[in-house]
Every structure is written in structure tokens, then in C-alpha cells.
Design a protein around this ligand. Structure first.
Ligand code: PEP
Ligand code: MG
Length: 888
């Protein structure tokens, strides 16, 4: 029988898909015997049914009623019981944490009668009315869709009328009046009354949580975090406990280790006499958790014990939300906590050392994206100047941008290409688009677990929060520091999320320690994170099957790539050697009307090319260097046609005769003009129709090999032919390559043999890979062109033109130029691997498109059986790590 509701005693964390992360972990804590207020969970399955049909599935409400009855029974109180009501929290919880993105309704069960009962049983009239006020407000905005600003205005005008700065100064009478105002507001706005039936409140709150799965901010968050759209959220219904019953109560958030640096020890924030939402919203400034030891030593000790239990059980950093109700500690939530990249590496290393996880598990817990983040620079402490303000270091890294004060402005300026820092008193989930658009987030209120901090850390954005000394005036669009310095919207500031500092202007940056280590291999006196990164890379190198090479065209890049651990060059794009001063020689070669003139131009290019190859082969001595013959259309090396035409035409308009060289060039460029140059005379096609070009390039390679060999080196050049679509093209070109290699061998007396292979970057090449392998000694997938030609997407245009719309509409979750499209391009890769190796067993196969450095794609290439990935030098460590993780 299908069932939709589960008691906390019935599940565990293995059911996260069904019960949502929050529900499953509450069940797990219940199972561990931790103090969790009792409750039940409406499953994600019920939500999915609701989202499909628009109605709660049959049987769900009956089940909810049964589980509620059991909860009432165990609590000894009923929902809506006038003299002593059972009150409930109704919270969302998807499989993957989406902090603050969906809805919550607290204090469900209060009505005009039971609020009196709550006042009596709690002995605190103000508390009872404040709870009722919160319910009407939350229910009004979340369930009945009344603009939340209207409630805030009503609250603000009441405070102004009473002449008090803060809602804590409103008394029970004031709050009762506010409840009345709120109820009227709801009626005015919706034509409906706030429901006095607690059962109806519960039913509608559950539906509102379901609906919030498709709320705008939830959808945006999912897209960004690549969370599937069709999971749905579970709904956790739980007995309320109160942290706002007086000084012996409070709420907090705690981590088993520091989520910013990974340092061992208890971290967190505590707010006395407050509800959990107050801590996260950053409405009042919290105190560090250590302070709780002073305030309530018993609860602190218990909390510490529970945290240890959780960390040992989950074998990972956990974070928890807890509430102390009149001296009794309750655990309200736990999960394996989000952390910065630095903390991820440090914690994985610590847990391996502590023997809690294996080295393989440690490797699984770090990521290439995290490593890439650690390779970013930070501010030079000597060059930052005076601190403008200090706050909490909530999410590390360094960012410079223009100050903006709201989400819309952040989005607007970022779209225009400006770097911005979003400055808010505190952020709410509505600020999400602005946070996505900004380089950094700065808030004047809230702790390290405030919304701003949690969300920024998850996104890898720089964040400083709780910078109390700032007065943020959003309407005047400026903030003021303690010493009276005023910073207006648009002014530049620098935000250091690692130190929690804000500086005026654009501060200078220094490279990261991790980068220093990667470049130098030096980890003496290194920070813990550097040692952790070094350990993870070593582990990855030990387990990975794929090699990692680099795409490099200069000796400097080759040397850097080698320091980063590259095991050769997978792609040396020779066209990059045709630029700058050499452009004139290339021009000469293209314009040559006679064989003799062309031969002269090629002869002039030859020694230059040879010198390039000598440098690269020396930098990669002993390792394979795949040199690709010229690929782009030749007119790319000539001046722009329009510019030339304008030059010639304006000379003529002035009655002068145009420069004859310009005329000759214009003629050549017009002659060579192609409507679709990417699909035109390029790649192997050039080699087949431009006489002497291949011979010159191959001679330069072969002579470089000779020279390096004579110098005592061990050059391992490989020659790669681009854009092949038919085996015949490769056969013809290869014959020419072999001819020149034999010639140079003979001339020099040193046998030069270079493997000759091809790029697979056209669908036809992939589809006929078996034939092509007859002529190719290796394959290298050019997934940039293969993506371009498989999708029919111009790689130079489409990303800016319409990919954001495609991402919005969910056509794909990531640009196929960044992350390999497994379904389409990936199938061509698999087919070419299978047919290529069937024709030539042991065929060496790699990839040299941008995807070679993309973590998700690396995992695909591993699974597809590739021998190596090749990527830009800076991505080499990332690819090493991910190739290792893929092999786990
Ligand atoms: C490719 O197409 O993937 C490739 C590596 O070649 P290029 O980017 O130079 O076209
Ligand atoms: Mg290409």
C-alpha cells in the first residue's frame, strides 16, 4: 500500500530521498536517542503527487490525521486544545539542503482561544501573544500570499506609536493589538479570515510547503546548484519547543568543526531568549557558542556530547540547530554541514588521520571545484590600507567590486559587466539573485550562520557578515562607518572573506598558498590546507588510471604545466606561433602568387617554428608532446576585410591611389572570404590544399627532435592532424608527414619517428572512427568542435547570445561547452572509442577540448575508457584530483 507519512521513529538517513534531508536526519537523531521533539514527516512522494495533480494524494490527509492523533496522545495535549494547546512547526526539507529557499510555518495550532491557554500554561502572556503574532504573520504571507511588507509596516507603525526601537519592547497588549491588525490586513487583502481551525491551519501549511518547491527563489537556487527539478520537498511536522521563554531559554547553531577553516573544536552562535529563526535571520547579534558554557553549563556539556555522537556517527562535520527551552536542550536539525573549500580539504585530512574515514573516503570528500577556488589569490595585507570595517569572516576569498544596496541593482550592474559587492543589513532569501550576481556579500548584522553566510559559503562567494560598525542606509544608498566615513553606491570596496575585513577602493591581491605550493612543490612551513591539498593530490595520483596532460603552446606554459604535474602536452596549437611579428611572414605565405615566393615565406617561418618546438620539447623532455598541425582558416591571419575595404575606399574618395599592398590584401581577403569559416577551409583541409605548409611544419618538428636528441635530450613529439572527417584525408596528409620525417632522418642521420594521430572533432570522424583508426596511431577528442558540430551551436556566439535563456528554460543544466553533454556528444565519444579500439587494439585516446579540465566531464572520460585528459595548465591539478576521484 502507498503511504505518505512517517513517524520520526520509522526512518533514518538512508531515506533522505523520501523523507527529505531534514526529516531523515531527525529520524536518525531519534534513532540515536538524542533529544528530538517528536513529530512526523509527509514524504516527497506526496509532494510530487501534489505538484503533478494540484491536489493532495488520496489517503494523505487520513494518514496525517492518524499521525497527529498519535503525536497528541504522546504529548498529552491536542492541537487547538483551548487550555493547553499542542503547537506545531511545519517545515520544508528536500533531499538536498536548500537553506531558506522554501517555506516554513511555526506555531501552528494557535487561535483566539488557545492563545489564552498558552498564556496560562507558559505563565507568560507576552510570549503567547508574540507566538500568535508570528503565526498570523507567517501564515498570512506564506499560505495566504499577503505581501510580507504590509505586516512589517504594521509592526513598524506600532513601534513608532509606542516610541520603542525594538519589538522586544512591545508588551502583551501591544502584541494582541498587532494580531488584530494583522487579521484585518489578511481579510482586506484576501477577502478571507485567518483560519481559526488548527486542523485547517495544518492542512494549508502543508500545502504551502509543497507549493514553495516551485517558488521563484527555490527554482533559481536549484538551477544554480544543479539540483533536479522533480525531487519535491518533504514536510516535517514537529512539536514546537521554545527558545524565547526567558533568559533560561535560547536557540543556536553549532558545528562540530569550524566550517570556514576546518579547525577542530566546537563552533557556532547562540542567542539567548530567542527562536531559531532569529539566529538565522541575523535580527539580533549572536554570541559565540563558548558563551553558552557560562550561561548554561549543563546544556553546553550535553550539546558537546551530542555533537561528538553525531560526528562519530556520520563520520563527518555536522551542523545542528538546537533550542534550549527552560533549561532543557532539544536538537531540532542536523546534517552533514556545508563548508568552504579550505575546510573540506582540512577536515578530510583530519578525519583520515583520526582514523574515522579511509584515505579513499577522504579523497571522495574533496573536489576539483574546491581546489580551483583555493588557487585564487587573496589580498596583500600590506597593501590593503586602513580597514573600513570589520565583521565575521563568513566565506573566504578576496573580492573587489562597486557597492550596491539591493538585489535588483546588483543584477542590473553585473549584467552590464560590472563587478559588485552586495551590501545589506542582513540578507533574506529574496536577495538570492543579487548574491548570485555579486562578487561578495557584506552584511551589518548576523552571525556566521546567518542566511548571508550560509548561502555565500555554499556558492563559494566571498562574504563578511555582522559588520556591526556599519550603518547601512538602503534608501539613501550609502553606508556609514563608525568613524563617519560615508560610502555611496557605486564606490569600490575590497572584501576579505577570510579575515572578515573590508577595505576602501580596490586592494592589491597576492597569490594563494596552495598556488605557491603547486608551482614550487614547497610545503615546508605550509598551512594545514596546503598539506591537505598535497595529500589529496598524492592520493589521487596513486589511484587514477587516466594521465593528465596540458594544453600549452609556449615553453613557459609547458614548464608551468609540468610543475603542476602534467604528464605531457596533449595539445600544442601551432597557430598561436603564427601571431605577433610573424604575422607578416604568414601573410607573405598566403599572398604568394608563385611557388617560389611561397617557398621563401615558408623558409623564413621554418627556423622560428623549429625554435618554438625545441623550447617546448626541452620543457617537457621525456614526456609526450602532441603538436597539432595548423588548424584555423588562413584569413584569420590577415587583416579584417571591412577595415581594409574602408581604407582602400577612403583613399580613393580622397582622390589618392590606395596603398598597393592594401589592394593586394583586400583582394586576397575577399577571395578567401567564407560565410562559415568554422566549417570552411581549415584543419586537415588546409594541409591538403596549401602547398608546402604541412612539409614546413613537420620539418620544423623533426629538426627540433634532431636538435634535442643531439643535445642529449629525450624528445617525444607526436604529430596530430585536426578536423579530419574522412580516413582518406588522413591517409593523404599522413603520407606527406612520413615523407618529411624520412627526409629529415636521412639528412640528419638521426632516425625521427613520431606517432601520427588525429583529432576526433567532427561527428563524421566519430561515426567512422573504425576506418580512421586504420591511419591514426592515436585519437584526441576535440570536444569544443565536436560539441559545436554535434549541436550545431557556433562556439563563438551562442553562449552570450542565448544560453542564459536555455539554462533558465532548463534545456540543459550547464553549458555543453563547459560540461560535456553525455547524452549526445558523449555517445559519439563512446562509439569512437569502441570502434577505434576494435580496429586498432590498444589505441591511445585522449581529450584536449576544454572539457578535459571540467570535473564532471573528467568523470565521464574516465568511464569512457580514455587514457588521458588534457587541459589548460591551471586546471591540471584539478584534473589530477578529479581523475583520482573518478577512479574510486
Ligand atoms: C577542440 O575543438 O576541442 C580543440 C581542442 O581544438 P580547438 O579548440 O583548437 O578548435
Ligand atoms: Mg578544434
Amino acid at each position: 500500500m502507498v503511504r505518505y507519512v512517517y513517524d520520526f521513529h520509522e526512518g533514518g538517513r538512508e531515506l533522505a530521498g523520501l523523507l527529505g534531508g531534514k526529516g531523515a536526519n531527525l529520524a536518525e537523531m531519534t534513532r540515536l536517542g538524542l533529544p528530538v521533539p517528536p513529530g512526523f514527516i509527509v514524504s516527497t512522494e506526496a509532494c510530487r503527487a501534489f505538484l503533478t495533480t494540484g491536489a493532495a494524494p488520496d489517503g494523505m490527509s487520513g494518514e496525517v490525521a492518524r499521525y497527529l492523533a498519535a503525536l497528541e496522545e504522546s504529548a498529552g495535549r491536542r492541537l487547538g486544545q483551548p487550555d493547553d494547546p499542542l503547537l506545531l512547526s511545519v517545515r520544508s526539507g528536500a533531499r538536498f539542503s536548500m537553506p531558506g529557499m522554501m517555506e516554513t510555518v511555526l506555531d501552528v495550532g494557535l487561535d483566539d482561544d488557545s492563545v489564552q491557554g498558552l498564556a496560562k500554561t507558559s505563565g507568560n502572556e507576552r510570549f503567547a501573544w508574540d507566538s500568535y503574532r508570528r503565526l498570523v504573520q507567517m501564515f498570512g504571507s506564506t499560505v495566504m500570499h499577503v505581501d510580507s511588507a504590509l505586516f512589517e509596516q504594521a509592526m513598524a507603525s506600532l513601534k513608532a506609536g509606542r516610541g520603542v526601537p525594538d519589538d522586544v519592547h512591545l508588551d502583551a497588549g501591544d502584541l494582541a493589538q498587532l494580531v488584530d491588525t494583522y487579521k484585518k490586513l489578511i481579510h482586506e487583502q484576501t477577502g478571507e479570515h485567518f483560519p481559526q481551525s488548527p486542523a485547517e491551519q495544518l492542512r494549508r501549511a502543508i500545502v504551502a510547503v509543497f507549493e514553495s518547491w516551485n517558488g521563484e527563489r527555490a527554482r533559481l537556487y536549484r538551477r544554480r546548484e544543479h539540483i533536479p527539478e522533480d525531487l519535491g520537498t518533504a514536510v516535517t511536522v514537529q512539536r514546537m519547543v521554545y527558545g524565547n521563554l526567558g533568559p533560561d531559554s535560547g536557540s543556536g547553531v553549532a558545528f562540530t568543526r569550524d566550517p570556514a577553516t576546518g579547525r577542530a573544536g566546537l563552533y557556532g552562535d547562540y542567542l539567548s531568549n530567542a527562536q531559531g529563526e532569529d539566529v538565522v535571520a541575523g535580527i539580533r547579534n549572536t554570541v559565540p557558542l563558548a558563551e553558552l558554557e557560562r550561561l548554561d553549563a549543563r546544556s553546553y556539556r550535553l550539546l558537546r556530547t551530542h555533537l561528538r555522537t553525531l560526528e562519530q556517527h556520520y563520520r563527518d562535520l555536522c551542523d545542528v540547530e538546537f533550542t534550549i527551552e527552560r533549561g532543557t536542550l532539544w536538537m531540532l536539525q542536523t546534517r552533514v554541514g556545508k563548508r568552504t573549500a579550505e575546510a573540506a580539504f582540512a577536515i578530510a585530512a583530519q578525519l583520515v588521520t583520526e582514523g574515522l574515514i579511509t584515505a579513499e573516503e577522504g579523497l571522495a570528500r574533496v573536489s576539483g571545484d574546491g581546489l580551483a577556488r583555493l588557487m585564487f589569490p587573496r589580498f596583500d595585507p600590506r597593501a590593503t590600507g586602513e580597514v573600513l570595517a570589520r565583521g565575521l569572516p563568513a566565506s573566504p576569498g578576496a573580492a573587489v567590486g562597486a557597492v550596491v544596496f539591493d538585489s535588483a541593482e546588483a543584477v542590473r550592474r553585473a549584467a552590464a559587466g560590472e563587478q559588485v559587492v552586495l551590501v545589506r543589513q542582513e540578507t533574506t532569501p529574496d536577495d538570492l539573485p543579487g548574491m548570485v550576481a555579486a562578487q561578495a556579500v557584506l552584511t551589518s548584522r548576523g552571525g556566521k550562520t546567518s542566511h548571508a553566510a550560509v548561502v555565500a559559503r555554499g556558492m563559494g562567494k566571498v562574504c563578511v557578515c555582522g559588520a556591526e560598525e556599519l550603518t547601512v542606509d538602503t534608501s539613501a544608498r550609502r553606508f556609514t562607518t563608525r568613524d563617519g566615513t560615508v560610502v555611496q553606491e557605486g564606490e569600490l570596496i575590497s572584501v576579505d572573506g577570510s579575515a572578515g575585513a573590508v577595505y576602501p577602493g580596490a586592494a592589491a591581491l597576492i597569490p594563494s598558498e596552495v598556488m605557491h605550493y603547486l608551482e614550487s612543490g614547497d610545503q615546508s612551513e605550509a598551512a594545514a590546507v596546503v598539506r591537505a591539498v598535497a595529500g589529496a593530490l598524492q592520493q589521487a595520483d596513486g589511484v587514477r588510471r587516466m594521465e593528465v596532460r596540458a594544453n600549452a603552446d609556449t615553453p613557459e606554459d609547458a614548464a608551468r604545466a609540468r610543475r603542476f604535474g602534467a604528464q605531457g602536452i596533449g595539445l600544442c596549437r601551432t597557430e598561436h606561433m603564427f601571431l605577433g611579428e610573424r604575422r607578416k611572414l604568414v601573410e607573405e605565405m598566403i599572398l604568394a602568387g608563385s611557388d617560389a615566393r611561397r617557398a621563401r615565406a615558408l623558409d623564413a617561418l621554418l627556423p622560428l617554428q623549429r625554435q618554438d618546438f625545441i623550447g617546448i620539447l626541452a620543457a617537457m623532455d621525456g614526456l609526450p608532446v602532441t603538436i597539432r598541425l595548423l588548424d584555423p582558416p588562413l584569413h584569420e591571419f590577415l587583416p579584417d576585410r571591412t577595415e581594409l575595404a574602408v581604407r582602400v575606399a577612403s583613399a580613393e574618395a580622397r582622390g589618392e591611389s590606395a596603398d598597393p599592398h592594401d589592394v593586394e590584401l583586400l583582394d586576397a581577403v575577399s577571395h578567401m572570404h567564407e560565410e562559415n569559416p568554422m566549417l570552411g577551409l581549415r584543419g586537415v583541409r588546409l594541409g591538403l590544399v596549401v602547398p608546402g605548409l604541412v612539409a614546413m611544419q613537420v620539418r620544423a618538428i623533426a629538426e627540433a627532435v634532431v636538435e634535442r636528441t643531439r643535445a642529449g635530450g629525450f624528445p617525444r613529439a607526436e604529430i596530430m592532424v585536426p578536423l579530419v572527417g574522412a580516413v582518406e584525408e588522413l591517409r593523404i596528409e599522413r603520407a606527406e608527414v612520413e615523407r618529411v620525417l624520412a627526409q629529415v632522418s636521412e639528412e640528419s642521420g638521426i632516425p625521427v619517428s613520431c606517432p601520427v594521430g588525429t583529432m576526433i572533432e567532427l561527428p563524421r570522424a566519430a561515426l567512422t572512427a573504425g576506418r580512421i583508426a586504420e591511419q591514426a596511431e592515436f585519437f584526441s577528442f576535440g570536444t569544443n568542435d565536436l560539441t559545436q558540430t554535434t549541436w550545431g551551436f557556433s562556439r563563438d556566439d551562442v553562449e552570450a547570445a542565448f544560453f542564459s535563456a536555455y539554462l533558465d528554460k532548463g534545456v540543459f543544466a550547464a553549458s555543453p561547452f563547459e560540461t560535456l553533454d553525455r547524452e549526445g556528444v558523449g555517445r559519439l565519444v563512446e562509439l569512437a572509442v569502441a570502434e577505434g579500439r576494435a580496429a586498432r587494439p590498444g589505441l591511445k585516446i585522449g581529450v584536449c577540448g576544454e572539457h578535459g579540465g571540467d570535473p564532471q566531464s573528467v568523470h565521464f572520460f574516465h568511464a569512457a575508457g580514455l587514457d588521458y585528459v588534457s587541459c589548460s595548465p591551471f586546471r591540471v591539478p584539478v584534473a589530477r584530483l578529479e581523475a583520482g576521484r573518478a577512479a574510486l
